[in-house]
Ligand binder design. Structure first.
Ligand code: DX5
Ligand code: ZN
Length: 216
């Protein structure tokens, strides 16, 4: 299993986006997580295409875009054009999941689906062979700095079984309330990629915090 850390730029200092992205670029984190919110799918608005550019310009790391927007199929391709290496959309946000996956793949990026805390992993069973990653939310999407929900653990374990039984390479990513305190448990339960915002950007030494999370 992979052990990947994806710092969430939602917790970066937007007044110093270039500086913070370069800091992550020099860290041991393998991915950079980018949270896009539309104020409709979630009750918060973050940023859109223009903010992708300074991030893309400041790092060659894998840009992992997490869309918390309705009708993601309309915008997925533009996020790939803006530099996304993967585009993950919410299962709950569209009736056109297959079409959205196809759009992302046709644009040349990896495709992921995210599920909110109340959504069962079972809804993904038929889609799994087409997915490069599944993002399990361990908080209600919309804000950084929330408490990790233990109910995510059972979902990660179930998903791990589903993926392994089918012999698929699909990665499991977990997002929300993650820190050095639960990273080991999450990797052991079957997660491949851990997103962390507050725990990294709120640390006195973010790069050292990433090292600690990778060494659990
Ligand atoms: C929440 C976002 C997360 C968020 C995580 O809707 O999807 O990526 O930035 O932040 P922390 O790690 O602070 O919970
Ligand atoms: Zn996210």
């Amino acid at each position: 299993m992979a052990r990947i850390i994806a710092p969430s730029m939602l917790s970066a200092d937007f007044g110093h986006l270039d500086r913070d992205t370069r800091m992550i670029d020099k860290s041991a984190a393998q991915w950079v997580h980018i949270d896009v919110m539309d104020g409709v799918f979630v009750t918060n608005i973050s940023f859109g295409f223009p903010v992708m550019k300074p991030i893309r310009n400041a790092t060659s790391k894998f840009l992992d875009v997490h869309l918390m927007i309705v009708e993601p199929e309309k915008y997925a391709r533009r996020f790939v054009e803006a530099g996304a290496d993967s585009v993950t959309f919410h299962y709950e946000a569209t009736n056109a999941a297959r079409h959205c996956i196809d759009e992302i793949h046709a644009a040349g990026a990896k495709a992921g689906i995210s599920i909110k805390p109340a959504t069962s992993v079972e809804v993904l069973r038929d889609l799994l062979p087409s997915l490069d990653l599944v993002l399990v939310m361990s908080v209600e999407p919309g804000y950084g700095g929330q408490k990790f929900m233990d109910s995510a653990l059972d979902k990660i374990a179930r998903l791990r079984r589903m993926i392994d039984e089918a012999g698929l390479p699909t990665l499991i990513e977990v997002d929300g309330g993650i820190s050095v305190h639960n990273a080991r448990l999450l990797f052991d339960t079957g997660a491949d990629v851990l997103v962390a915002g507050n725990a990294i950007f709120g640390a006195a030494d973010p790069k050292a915090e990433i090292d600690r999370m990778l060494a659990v």
